[in-house]
Design a protein around this ligand. Structure first.
Ligand code: GLV
Ligand code: MN
Ligand code: MN
Length: 428
């Protein structure tokens, strides 16, 4: 087989992306809401099983819901390629789906070409990357086992428990505490993803070679005031916790800028209790997402936001408490895999740009287990986590071709990454 001529079937990949975007499609607004373990997710899992059976891939699902499709052939630790098939609420059709379905397409092409493989290859689809229950939920479970008490405490944005969602899939939730992999179980991991920003499009470059992934924290701020009657409590006498929360949110631009030029902080979930138009709320909960490429600055950012929340609470005579949910360290991606990606793109005549990722990815966890690389393709106008998310079909095909060539190289090169010195170090 001539590796130089190995290409994906771009038409089939496009049809798959269009098909999968119908699983969990919103009735209006054109978005996709395919939370892990939701009806749309069940549909996509059934569709994947059909694809596996049709194309000679052996499918298995681990205790947290990560799916693995194994190609025949090869020995030793596998090369993994993949991404996630869950989405944010009212999300787009490409985030995660591109990397998962391009990996499936690459696998089908390797099977069809009967490509001799030195190492096994597996397509991996990680569960709950978008963190309905836990940030990078499925890939975290590969790096470390969840404790049972921790697992039982994990709830989705609707208040539902992860253990109930797993049981609802017909699985034993206890199996979700036994998922971690030993270092060395994976030879290498490669994830194709849309950029979700506008750098590639602005620079007119086809392929981003990802150098590292931003550090990411999450937590909850709870502002507590006094629940009162909305008609009879004079404005100056109120202790409205939403005022403290709103004050903090409006100050986030200056708080982040004081920490670093790249720090960002977002409150994407705000809840007031008890939640009635004629009641001054007693409690306001903010779910916080904060990011910086440097670990020390990430922790400084968390401290700065919590301090600013304390000041905002004091100004409005309410209380505030903070609970950290998770910190995911920034990572540098593997230099040798970056070279393999760059050469694969070069052979395909595609321009490349080394660039960091401001979005979180499962690759961030995988980089702790194995040498890891990521390939980015342009996002139109940089839009993502929105129904407006779009990547042009020729960019989809280019990214998938680079993924196929990269994985083919990693699975067939006898030298492999043997003098690797282990996974890339965590920065910061
Ligand atoms: C993943 O989509 C993230 O939160 O960056
Ligand atoms: Mn996402
Ligand atoms: Mn994603």
């Amino acid at each position: 087989m001539n590796a130089g001529r190995l290409r994906v079937d771009a038409g089939r990949l496009r049809r798959d992306l269009e098909q999968v975007s119908r699983f969990g499609a919103d009735a209006d607004g054109g978005g996709v809401s395919r939370t892990s373990f939701s009806p749309g997710d069940r549909q996509v899992r059934a569709w994947l099983a059909e694809q596996a059976a049709r194309h000679g891939l052996v499918m298995r699902t681990d205790g947290i819901g990560n799916v693995f499709l194994r190609l025949p052939g090869g020995e030793g630790a596998p090369v993994w390629m993949g991404s996630h098939l869950d989405s944010v609420p009212a999300g787009g059709a490409f985030d995660g789906a591109l990397g998962s379905l391009a990996a499936l397409e690459a696998a089908r092409r390797l099977v069809e070409e009967q490509a001799p493989l030195h190492r096994p290859v597996e397509v991996v689809v990680f569960a709950d990357e978008e963190g309905n229950y836990h940030h990078l939920c499925g890939s975290t479970a590969l790096v470390r086992d969840y404790g049972w008490d921790e697992l039982v405490g994990l709830r989705g944005r609707d208040g539902d428990r992860l253990v109930d969602a797993l049981a609802g899939m017909g699985w034993d939730p206890r199996a979700a505490t036994r998922t971690a992999l030993a270092p060395g179980s994976v030879h290498a991991f490669v994830e194709l993803h849309i950029e979700q920003g506008a750098v590639l499009e602005t620079r007119g470059v086809s392929i981003g070679v990802v150098t590292g992934i931003v550090g990411l924290g999450g937590g909850e701020l709870v502002f507590t005031g006094r629940q009162d009657h909305a008609g009879t409590t004079p404005m100056p006498l109120r202790r409205d916790p939403l005022r403290g929360a709103a004050d903090l949110v409006t100050r986030l631009p200056e708080v982040t800028a004081a920490v670093s030029g790249s720090a960002v902080a977002t409150c994407g979930v705000v809840e007031v209790e008890p939640g009635a138009t004629n009641v001054v709320p007693g409690v306001c909960r903010l779910r916080l997402d904060f990011r910086d490429p440097d670990r020390d600055k990430l922790l400084a950012l968390e401290r700065a936001v919590v301090a600013a929340a304390g000041q905002a609470a004091a100004r409005h005579e309410v209380e505030v408490s903070y609970r950290r949910d998770s910190i995911t360290d920034p990572v540098r991606l593997d230099d040798r895999i970056q070279e393999v990606i760059g050469s694969a793109a070069g052979r395909l005549g595609l321009s490349t740009l080394p660039m960091p990722s401001g979005a979180g990815h499962d690759a961030q966890n995988l980089a702790r287990l194995a040498p890891t690389g990521m390939i980015f393709v342009p996002s139109v106008a940089g839009r993502s986590h929105s129904p407006a998310e779009l990547t042009r079909w020729d960019d989809v095909a280019h990214g998938a071709d680079v993924l196929l060539a990269t994985v083919h190289h990693l699975a067939t090169d006898p030298a492999g990454l043997a003098d690797a010195g282990g996974p890339a170090a965590v920065s910061g």
